[in-house]
Design a protein around this ligand. Structure first.
Ligand code: MN
Length: 360
């Protein structure tokens, strides 16, 4: 396998139309800017990765950075860790967040995908683990009880093992109504996780979560600003429900900060945001050291490959947002997802959808 070299990065920006519009506090979202990356190698193998850019204005910088970084690694050996180290060394002065970090993580993931394909193994087997079933929840991107009921029904029909609701309504009783909406469809024991998306002050968070503490919720995600470590320590100490952090970690050092300080009871790094596959696995090692359950934020296709490598695996998340972009989108079976045996990291483009989603 050694000796394979990177030939060229092919970068494609997409304006991806969502199958179902997302309902958010800021209004409806009908399409999502996405950048997809194909890493071509001299062995004919192509490694892939993608990122959902939250804002259209991020698309151009990400595309341009990927193209420029592609030129920097053309001809390099297909060694994901070395490639990442090289790109990080060159961007260290700029920092480890934002478009540069997104581009480096995409390149790292596509390199692992290509290396797995070159080894004719799924990523988890390449790294030494058997595919395993892990429970998966459906994230419900809705803020009204009627829409939440509809999507909770969908979660039951599609055999999800739990759901996650977005909370943070100015009127706390409206948050309770969303949880009630799920309970009315899924019953009293169905796992429900909730996510405040960093919207509360620390005292507000403590007060509001204490009101939810006897509801048996799976976890409370990012109640306050993700960078507020002391605030999260205070919250975690004051409430019974586990506090979950991780989707906004930009490197394993931030994971260490939150895990070692007791800011998080459970964690959920995002493979792209945290810096790629190696970075996610370093977070898993930190979680193991403290006996903290680790889930994966988004990217269920890749994350089904990562959780079998963790010693304290917890939940997979699926929001179904990008499913139609893939040839084989993940589907729960009896509440679980299991890594495919296909070589690579689990992503293959539906080129018809890619073609009709071209960025214009
Ligand atoms: Mn979240």
């Amino acid at each position: 396998m050694s000796g394979i070299r990177i030939r060229k990065l092919h970068v494609r920006p997409l304006n991806f139309k969502l199958d179902r519009p997302l309902e958010t506090a800021g209004g409806q979202i009908g399409s999502w800017p996405v950048v997809i990356l194909d890493m071509h190698t001299d062995a004919g193998i192509v490694g892939v990765s993608f990122v959902g850019c939250f804002m259209p204005m991020l698309v151009k910088p990400v595309v341009s950075l990927l193209q420029d970084m592609g030129a920097m690694i053309e001809g390099d050996e297909l060694s994901p860790v070395s490639i990442e180290a090289k790109l990080r060394a060159k961007s260290r002065l700029i920092g480890t967040q934002g478009p540069i970090a997104m581009a480096v993580a995409m390149i790292e993931i596509s390199a692992w995908d290509a290396l797995s394909k070159a080894s004719n193994l799924p990523l988890c087997r390449l790294l030494g683990a058997k595919p395993r079933a892990h429970p998966v929840y459906l994230t419900i991107p809705a803020m009204t009880p009627s829409r939440v009921r509809e999507l909770a029904q969908r979660a039951l029909e599609l055999q999800y093992a739990g759901v996650k609701c977005k909370l943070g309504h100015p009127d706390p009783s409206k948050d309770l109504a969303l949880i009630d909406a799920v309970r009315s469809v899924c019953g009293p024991n169905f796992p429900i996780m909730v996510d405040y998306n960093q919207s509360l002050s620390v005292p507000d968070a403590i007060q509001r979560i204490q009101r939810l503490d006897d509801m048996g919720l799976g976890w409370i995600e990012e109640p306050t600003d993700a960078m507020n470590v002391e605030g999260h320590v205070k919250i975690a100490n004051a409430v019974k429900t586990p506090v979950s952090l991780g989707e906004n970690w930009h490197n394993p050092m931030e994971a260490a900060r939150d895990i070692l300080s007791g800011a998080a009871d459970v964690v959920m790094p995002d493979v792209l945001t945290v810096g790629g596959i190696s970075a996610w696995l370093k977070c898993a090692a930190l979680a193991e050291i403290r006996g903290i359950p680790i889930s994966a934020h988004s990217y269920p296709e890749i994350s089904t490959q990562l959780l079998p490598l963790a010693a304290t695996p917890h939940w997979l998340e699926h929001a179904e947002i990008f499913d139609s972009l893939f040839l084989n989108p993940v589907r729960p079976v009896n509440g679980n997802l299991i890594a495919t045996e296909d070589p690579g990291c689990g992503v293959a483009w539906d080129e018809k959808v890619v073609a009709r989603s071209a960025w214009t």
